[in-house]
Design a protein around this ligand. Structure first.
Ligand code: B3K
Ligand code: ZN
Length: 876
């Protein structure tokens, strides 16, 4: 029998049924009573047949800052011993509960040594130190942000306690790779086929940036010389069979390092930068100091196995985590309410980096599409919260689209308002002033406003929930164009009456008569409503103005401008801002889908735009045909949402567009022969356009289209092409569907990330029933402990509102959540958030879902899930 310890504190049953989880408030913040100067950590991992646990010894050098008790957080730790300044403490010397260890009247200078036992082998929460994978794939790694370090050892685990770390790791030699943050200062062999490594991190860091890895991995190495002349060793660790899939990530890392030097004057500060690929990980990646840990889906890439979207995402996530080294690690958050300080800013930085890799317009389209698909619905749902929340029960529930994506939009608005030079002046000031500190959103704004004090007014964006609606119209009098703009934000339950926010509106005025651009400007709406006047436009006799608002989506608002359908069709053709061409198409197609507007203007504009655009910018041509998904349409409806009606309209409009543009598909595909794979923006554009054309041609009944699909599947040069053909076969029920699914499985069943695609295609199949989709969870390759796999299947179900919003759909989904709530609360809570717009449903569905949610509450035990369910049911 393995010696799994039995006396680890288990959750108090009285808490399990408590419906009032403990709320923590921003207003209650107090500075830490003690700081930690240094921690020596020793982690001994035992993973033999008879011993499966880790012994963690921590030696903390602490100094008092203020009066109060010495509190160390610890969760699911078995305390073996504790000494204070050389004296062994007995149980009466401290208070121990499930969350913390408290020493009253501790001296001002404390050397505390704790020894604890933990069991990474049974830790399915993927927080703290855990085993990822089974058998030959097994490895051990950590995830500490936000509060995972307390699952490794007792510690003042909060982001404003910064310390230097020395970490010794010991394990069997079956795990030859022993990594931790910083520089390797010692390593050696031990008796019993064991070995150790000692790592020292010279920079002070909060405990959430701690990481270690014990595994058997291959490594790809490279080097980067920083602008300051530092030679940095770059290492990308992955399973042996995956190491060849690390080259894209390595190049992206070097590109990111250069980009941060060029654009923000930030160079890397250690001699070594390591990235480790892990197959079981709750999110995309983690920016641990000098030792990033990545979900394999966000770092591995090869043309044969990775779609263009994922390949691009690998580069973006590598950049994001690297950029955190300055925005997050060297300058960190004072408390977790400030999460968007690091996340919003860093997302803005990675989006800007991505713009440099391909067309800025397409990058902006993709970022806004994500914002509209994820953040706008969240802001309209019972889970709405400000980018900087003022209370929470479980901080893990706040790694949301609002914190990340809306947080990035706020920094973007500030950057656009300041202009390039003043923004750089502000960011330089931020890095100069706060390097090495744990700070707040107010500190960021204070630095960014050195060149323009008005920037401080953007604080209201951080503290107010809800998506503002920007409304407007224009009038012409005495040859002057007056643009009237107003704003309105819904009152969210539990928050004060909304204030007017500073809204930068990038705009242009065109002449309808000639299609020419007459004026470009950026106006700032500060009040509830304001008017802006433009003259000098009417010198030309034929001047007929078309105003184009919110270019490049200059603010995260719902636009409600009184465009006519013809105005939007005009802008689809003549806007010189690529993003606004797309936005005009989106506004028009949303009117068609949601308000039953007719399709004439939209189809005429597509016919006029696509042939030329597909030659010059095929990626933008592909995006111009974007139609909001059924799920997205559903979340735009506030009451009496009937998923079947939305679906019927969605299908009918898509079909009408496909049929009307049949000639375009016919001639376009012929010009798109499959050629050798290239990782360039141009080649990606062609592949995206080809897949859209194939899908539309099959829908329109183009006679050659089935033949195109067969050739594309068989001759695919890369995964984007093969999956495009497979998706088409599934979506259009081609006779090859079953054969190709089997073939795809045969080709790729050894590659977990491709198997995620295989599960995803079937879960997204509109022909599949709810039972068919859940049957995928009984497949031999399904694994509930692998978040990527769970998301592949359940993501498909959530993408099909006609299926998830049925009794069977909701009940089976929630029953899986009950299981996940015990294994991996973080994942369970995130997936339950996928049901958050239940309250907009038509009456019978709404009461059915409400009942199911209420019933499920009693069966959930994690704080994460309890808080989510409570918010979903109460914040209406
Ligand atoms: N900072 C991490 C996210 C941690 C999530 C914890 N539940 C990754 C990132 O944003 O870069
Ligand atoms: Zn981040």
């Amino acid at each position: 029998m393995p010696d799994v310890p039995t006396n680890i504190p288990t959750p108090d049953p009285s808490l399990k049924n408590s419906n009032q989880p403990q709320k923590i408030y921003l207003k209650d913040y107090t500075p830490p009573v003690f700081s930690v100067n240094h921690i020596d950590l020793n982690i001994e991992l035992f993973d033999g047949a008879d011993k499966k646990h880790a012994t963690v010894t921590a030696n903390l050098d602490m100094t008092r800052n203020t009066a109060g008790d010495l509190v160390l957080f610890g969760r699911e730790l078995q305390l073996e011993s504790i000494t204070l300044n050389g004296k062994t403490l007995s149980e009466s010397d401290y208070q121990l509960d499930q969350e913390s260890l408290t020493i009253v009247n501790a001296p001002d200078n404390c050397q505390i040594t704790t020894v604890v036992t933990i069991v990474p082998q049974t830790n399915t929460s993927l927080e703290g130190l855990y085993q990822a994978g089974e058998g030959a794939d097994k490895m051990f790694c950590t995830q500490c942000e936000p509060e995972g370090f307390r699952k490794i050892t007792f510690y003042p685990d909060r982001p404003d306690v910064l310390a230097t770390f020395t970490t010794r790791i010991e394990a069997d030699k079956t795990y030859p790779t022993l990594l931790a943050n910083g520089n390797l200062i010692d390593q050696g062999e031990l008796a019993g086929d064991r070995h150790f490594a000692v790592w020292q991190d010279p920079t002070k860091k909060p405990s959430y940036l701690f990481a270690c890895v014990m595994a058997d991995l291959d490594v790809l190495t490279d080097q980067y010389v920083t602008s300051e002349g530092r030679e940095v060793l770059l290492e990308l660790y992955a399973k042996h069979e995956n190491i060849e899939q690390c080259h894209v990530g390595m190049q992206a890392l070097k590109d990111s390092m250069k980009w941060d030097e060029d654009n923000y004057g930030r160079a890397y500060d250690l001699d070594r930068y390591m990235i480790v690929a892990v197959s079981q990980f709750n999110m995309g990646a983690m920016e641990n100091k000098g030792l990033n840990i990545f979900n394999t889906a966000c770092v591995l890439s090869s043309p044969e196995t990775t779609t263009d979207r994922r390949n691009f995402n690998v580069k973006a996530v590598i950049a994001h985590e690297y950029f955190h080294n300055w925005t997050g690690n060297r300058i960190t958050c004072r408390d977790w309410f400030q999460l968007c300080l690091k996340e919003g800013f860093t997302v803005f930085r990675d989006q800007s980096f991505s713009e440099s890799l391909h067309s800025p317009a397409v990058q902006r389209i993709d970022d806004v599409a994500t914002l509209r698909a994820a953040q706008f619905p969240e802001d309209a749902s019972p889970l709405a919260h400000p980018p900087r929340p003022d209370h929470f029960v479980e901080i893990n529930n706040f790694y949301t689209a609002t914190v990340y994506e809306k947080g990035a939009e706020i920094v973007r608005m500030i950057a656009n308002t300041l202009g390039k030079d003043k923004f750089r002046q502000g960011t330089d000031e931020y890095f100069r002033r706060y390097d090495g500190q744990a700070v707040t959103v107010e500190d960021l704004l204070s630095a960014l406003s050195v060149a323009d004090p008005s920037i401080e007014t953007f604080i209201d964006w951080y503290t107010q929930p809800g998506t503002p609606t920007l409304s407007g119209y224009f009038t012409v009098e005495n040859n002057r164009l007056a643009l009237s703009l107003s704003q309105q934000t819904r009152q969210v339950a539990g928050y004060p009456a909304p204030k007017a926010l500073p809204i930068p509106v990038k705009m242009a005025i065109f002449n309808r008569a000639t299609g020419e651009l007459a004026k470009e400007d950026l106006v700032l709406l500060k009040d509830d409503s304001q008017s802006f006047e433009f003259d000098g436009l009417f010198a030309k006799a034929d001047f007929d103005p078309v105003v184009s608002l919110l270019r490049d989506f200059s603010a995260p608002v719902q636009l409600n401008f009184n465009y006519s359908n013809d105005d939007l069709a005009f802008l689809m053709q003549y806007e010189t801002n690529g993003f606004n061409r797309w936005q005009a198409a989106q506004l028009l197609v949303n009117r068609i889908l949601l308000q039953n507007a007719d399709t004439d203007a939209y189809i005429t504009a597509l016919k006029a735009s696509l042939p030329a655009l597909s030659e010059t910018d095929p990626m933008l041509a592909a995006r111009l045909l974007d139609m909001p998904s059924e799920r997205e349409l559903g979340s735009a409806i506030q009451t009496d949402y009937d998923p079947s009606q939305v679906r019927a309209r969605h299908q009918a409009v898509k079909k009408a567009v496909a049929v009307e543009l049949k000639d375009i598909w016919q001639s376009a595909y012929a010009k798109l022969p499959i050629s050798a794979y290239e990782d360039t923006a141009e080649a990606m554009g062609v592949r995206a356009w080809r897949n859209v054309v194939l899908d539309m041609a099959l829908l329109a009944g183009v006679s050659d289209a089935k033949h195109w699909a067969i050739t594309q599947y068989q001759q695919a040069s890369c995964m984007t092409e093969r999956l495009g053909a497979l998706n088409a076969a599934v979506a259009h029920g081609l006779p090859q569907k079953a054969e190709w699914l089997a073939d795809f499985y045969q080709r790729f069943h050894h590659d977990a990330l491709v198997m995620d695609l295989w599960f995803g295609v079937q879960a997204n199949d509109s022909q599949a029933s709810v039972a068919d989709i859940f049957a995928l969870t009984s497949h031999q390759d399904f694994d509930i402990n692998t978040p990527n796999r769970v998301r592949a299947v359940l993501g498909g179900l959530l993408a099909q509102p006609t299926k998830i919003w049925t009794q069977q759909g909701v009940e089976q989904y929630l029953s899986m959540m009950q299981d996940l709530d015990k294994r991996n609360p973080l994942l369970a809570s995130r997936l339950i958030q996928g049901l958050s717009n239940w309250n907009a449903l038509v009456a019978d569905k709404k009461s059915m879902v409400k009942q199911a949610l209420i019933l499920s509450q009693a069966n959930m035990s994690s704080k994460n899930v309890k808080e989510t369910l409570q918010s979903m049911l109460n914040n209406l």
